[in-house]
Design a protein around this ligand. Structure first.
Ligand SMILES: C[S@@+](CC[C@H](N)C(=O)[O-])C[C@H]1O[C@@H](n2cnc3c(N)ncnc32)[C@H](O)[C@@H]1O
Length: 294
């Protein structure tokens, strides 16, 4: 396995001369381009972060300054190829296994029992959507919890869809290889069952076992799109830690579009810092960041 730690890092190597920075105009052009495609707001306070991340693209395209890079993108035909890379560069993909762990208790105590009781003793199949999946840690955490339950309840099965706008991060999610340190939040018993270790002990990497991966699929999806190519009867949508990057009207529009894919009685789980955003006529709040479609 190649180094997943390196793949997870998004930073630059050698520093540029300190004098090189984005002009006001170029920063605004980048902010408008990114905002228009992704909904992500890039206020002035994000400028240093954007410079740091765009620097990598500058090198990759052989440009020697921010001004040259922006000229190449905006005036010299580079836009079509660079837009995807720019989105990959500016999205914040911070995630963890078992992040905000209360949500996985909701999965165990409410979402799966609901699914089992609806199936009235027959086969029960749960559909879960991780709608800002990042490197897959959230989707595989859900898979671990559900696989555990499925091992005790033979009639229970599940499928998980992970979607994200960043093509780079989706490639990592599909590969399902993580640095050993990164999986530390996974309980020891689950690590034993659901993670395999590299044959090269020096690699310090693990991979999600195929039996778990077969329940999880990943797909590119932009939450800004007018409609989503996703089933209309999803049982639970995890939309955690992405709405914070959008302005209020965008947050409301995204939640509204996602609700079209939730079955009646289905669950929407937001990040803890986003709990107020779920306030909608069609949602009943069960816990600070957990909602049920009525
Ligand atoms: C901070 S991560 C959250 C990951 C995970 N949900 C969690 O809570 O740990 C936010 C993710 O949202 C994705 N994202 C940002 N804008 C998006 C958009 N317009 N459509 C789809 N995904 C988007 C980013 O690429 C990033 O991977």
């Amino acid at each position: 396995m190649a180094s997943a730690s390196a793949a997870l890092r998004k930073s630059q190597t050698a520093p540029l001369p300190p004098s090189d920075s984005l002009s006001d105009e170029d920063f605004l052009r980048i902010a408008e381009l990114v905002g228009g495609h992704t909904g992500i707001r890039l206020p002035a306070g994000k400028r240093t972060m954007v410079e740091g991340r765009i620097r990598k693209r500058m090198r990759a395209t052989g440009q020697s300054s921010f001004a040259d890079y922006c000229h190449y993108v905006f005036e010299d035909g580079g836009l079509a190829t660079e837009v995807t890379h720019m989105i990959d560069a500016v999205t914040t993909n911070k995630t963890d296994f078992f992040r905000e762990p209360e949500h996985f208790d909701v999965l165990r105590r409410h979402i799966v029992p609901d699914c089992l009781s609806r199936s009235r003793g027959g086969k029960a199949a749960l559909k879960v959507w991780s709608a800002a999946a990042s490197n897959g840690a959230e989707a595989y955490t859900i898979a671990m919890v559900l696989a555990d339950m499925a091992s005790r309840e033979r009639r229970f099965d599940f499928s998980i869809l992970g979607t994200d706008i960043s093509t780079d991060i989706l490639a990592q999610a599909r590969r399902a290889v993580y640095p050993a340190d990164f999986v530390a939040p996974v309980p020891a018993e689950m690590q034993r069952r659901y993670l395999m270790h590299s044959r090269d002990p020096a690699a310090r990497e693990v991979r999600i076992v195929p039996e778990l991966r077969r329940h999880v699929g990943f797909m590119h999806l932009n939450l800004m799109d007018d409609s989503y190519a996703v089933d209309g009867d999803v049982d639970a949508i995890f939309l955690r830690n992405v709405l914070i990057y959008f302005d209020k009207p965008t947050q409301v529009a995204v939640v509204g579009r996602l609700l079209r894919h939730l079955r009646p009685g289905g669950y929407l789980l937001l990040g803890h810092s986003e709990s107020m955003i779920g306030a909608s006529l069609r949602l009943k709040q069960l816990a600070p960041s957990v909602f049920k479609l009525v």
